[in-house]
Design a protein around this ligand. Structure first.
Ligand SMILES: Cc1cc2nc3c(=O)[nH]c(=O)nc-3n(C[C@H](O)[C@H](O)[C@H](O)COP(=O)(O)O)c2cc1C
Length: 186
């Protein structure tokens, strides 16, 4: 069902059909949410890539559970997915990193994601530094950059209907190889 809806979004949504809100919870119990891009999904879960030292990474280290939310205006559909998160293998991160454009690779080295920028031009300086460093040859994947996979235990599919009588279906993982499907009130 996710594959079907995502396929529709890829044909109809004007920008970023793969954008999803990722909600995490910090060690103080404070939720936080930001957009990341879905780069891969299969029966194992949903994969996104990021900096392993930023805020979301710190949250996930403390609490490796998260929620994803897709909303496609063109389809009037929303999908919520929650589950357990873990880092993908080094090989998966290497493979995806390798596919990125050169400047995005350099940017991954230059950005200290979520850290306070002390000097006005710190980022530009770091970009220049790494552009020079990697001018010739292959840009290796920074050790602080890679993917996470969320393995779902709950999906909710929401479809807009007239007069706010929306259609909601949830799928709950029983832990023994089965999903329970339930309709829920809008
Ligand atoms: C459309 C869009 C796509 C984004 N995709 C990613 C992404 O794939 N990975 C990522 O780390 N940040 C992405 N970002 C930036 C994040 O929203 C966020 O600013 C950044 O990851 C830092 O989050 P953190 O401080 O919670 O770690 C994207 C932002 C937007 C608006």
């Amino acid at each position: 069902m996710f594959t079907q809806w995502f396929g529709e979004a890829q044909t109809k949504e004007k920008t970023y059909p793969d954008a999803m809100a990722l909600a995490t919870v910090s060690d103080s119990g404070m939720p936080d949410v930001r957009i990341v891009l879905l780069k891969k999904f299969d029966s194992m879960g949903f994969v996104f890539f990021t900096n392993y030292q930023g805020k979301k990474a710190r949250d996930l280290e403390f609490n490796p559970k998260a929620s994803l939310c897709f909303y496609w205006k063109s389809l009037e559909k929303q999908i919520r997915i929650s589950g357990q998160v873990e880092k993908v293998t080094e090989v998966e991160s290497d493979d995806y990193f390798e596919s990125r454009p050169h400047l995005s690779k350099v940017g991954a080295w230059a950005s200290k994601q979520s850290e306070k920028m002390v000097g006005e031009h710190d980022l530009e300086k770091r970009l220049a530094e790494y552009t020079l460093k990697f001018h010739f040859g292959k840009v290796p994947r920074p050790p602080h950059w890679g993917g996470y996979r969320l393995t779902p235990t709950r999906f909710e599919f929401w479809e807009e209907r007239p007069s706010r009588i929306h259609r909601r279906r949830q799928f709950l993982w029983t832990g023994d190889g089965k999903w329970i499907c339930e309709k829920i009130y809008p």
